[in-house]
Design a protein around this ligand. Structure first.
Ligand code: IDP
Ligand code: MG
Length: 143
C-alpha cells in the first residue's frame, strides 16, 4: 500500500466537547501520523470556499455557518492508505448510520454536527491540503 496524505478537520462541535485529543488518538492508534496541524476559527469566505462543491445543496448555508461557529482543528495525516483509512475511522456521514467504534458514532450528535471532515479521494486530499497548508508547513518524519 502507498503512503498517502489526507486532510482531517475536527469540527466545531467536537472541539467544543473537548475531544480533539481523543480523535487525534484514533489516528495515532491506527498508524496515521499527524504531519501538520493548526487550530483556527475559519472565516465565512474560507468555509464557503472549502465547501464550494456543496454550494448547490440545501444544507450548504447551515454547513458554512456551523463550520464558523467555533474553532476547528485542521490536520494533515499521513500513512499507508491514509485516505480510505481515515474515512473508515470516521464512519458514515450520518452518525446514526456510523458503525460502532467509529469517530462519528462515538462523538457526533447529528448529520449537521458530525465531528470530523476527511478528504474522500486522492485528488480532493491534495486540493484540501493545499487549501490550508503551505508545503513548508508539512513535516517530514524519519519513519
Ligand atoms: P462527508 O463529510 O462524510 O464527506 P459530504 O457528503 O461530503 O459528507 O457532506 C459534507 C458535510 O455536509 C457533512 O459532513 C455534513 O456535515 C454536511 N451534510 C451532508 N449531508 C447533509 C444533509 O443531508 N443534511 C445536513 N448536513 C449534511
Ligand atoms: Mg465529503
Amino acid at each position: 500500500m502507498a503512503i498517502e496524505r489526507t486532510l482531517s478537520i475536527v469540527k466545531p462541535d467536537a472541539v467544543g466537547k473537548r475531544v480533539i485529543g481523543k480523535i487525534l488518538s484514533r489516528f495515532e492508534d491506527n498508524d496515521l501520523q499527524v504531519v501538520a496541524a493548526k487550530l483556527v476559527h475559519l472565516s465565512k469566505v474560507q468555509a464557503e470556499q472549502f465547501y464550494a462543491v456543496h454550494s448547490e445543496r440545501p444544507f450548504y448555508n447551515d454547513l458554512v455557518n456551523f463550520m464558523i461557529s467555533g474553532p476547528v482543528m485542521i490536520q494533515v495525516i499521513e500513512g499507508d492508505n491514509a485516505i480510505t483509512k481515515n474515512r473508515d475511522l470516521m464512519g458514515a456521514t450520518n452518525p446514526s448510520e456510523a458503525a460502532a467504534g467509529t469517530i462519528r458514532a462515538d462523538f457526533a450528535s447529528s448529520i449537521d454536527e458530525n465531528a470530523v471532515h476527511g478528504s474522500d479521494a486522492a485528488e480532493t486530499a491534495e486540493q484540501e491540503i493545499a487549501f490550508f497548508f503551505k508545503p513548508e508547513e508539512i513535516c517530514e518524519y524519519t519513519r
